[in-house]
Write a protein that binds this ligand. Sequence first.
Ligand code: PXL
Length: 277
Amino acid sequence: MDYKRILTVQDISCVGQCSLTVALPILSAAGHETAILPSAVLSTHTGGFKNFTFCDLTDELPKISTHWQSEGIKFDAIYTGYLGSITQIRYVKDMFGKLGKEGFITIVDPAMADGGKLYTGFDTAFVNEMKTLAFTADIILPNITEACLLTDTPYQEKYDDKYIDDIIERLIKAGAKTVILTGVSYNDDTTGVVIFENGIKRYYEHRKISKNSHGTGDVYASAFAGSYLGGKSVYDSAAIAADYTVKCIENTVDDTSHWYGVKFEPLLPYYIERLQA
Ligand code: PXL
């Protein structure tokens, strides 16, 4: 496994097992030096808790970036997740230009929507700005809702291969390079990820658990990033991340009190084992 210095930019939801509280342990477990840039601090994530607090750290982003530049601190990869505002997206784009080592990799999870709906607090202007970030990244990991928003495609709950092909084509035309489209399901029992790389589309199918779990997009993207940056191929990383995420959901699904996230921590040894295989 390669040892990389990764910067991940996303919020800290203090409780809720998403964003940085997921990305940091998973990238560290994958064996990488993981620097964090918190875009905001929330008491919880926004998906189901009421009256959460939100401390915007937008103004800190350029100050931190400038300090790193003055120290000559650069990264092998920048992986972004949930970003709280248009200005934050602009700052992140600036960092893509200034904080990368030669040949560095950018991975963008355009975390802004699921199940046909934007997350609380986001609007069309945010989506339009996210397009400009996603279409400059080396790898994007949208779910179907996010891919529809990025391509102005009407969201459908049921679809066929042609619908997915059209979305991928639109993403590529708009500037996307490598695409991992998550949550692609053609029947009731299975779901999977579509991997589009160098003009080739592949599908990795896995079990579907009949529960939409919070934070699984972050678990998936972090596990993918940790694996890919460690030297595994895009396809193998997409498959490892899928298997790991399914196990995390299975480990949580019977505990109704644990509705806000997945118990990903006990499965970290499984993830590490897969990375070492
Ligand atoms: O998991 C995505 C995510 C990250 N951060 C915050 C969120 C969400 C999803 O709802 O609310 C604050």
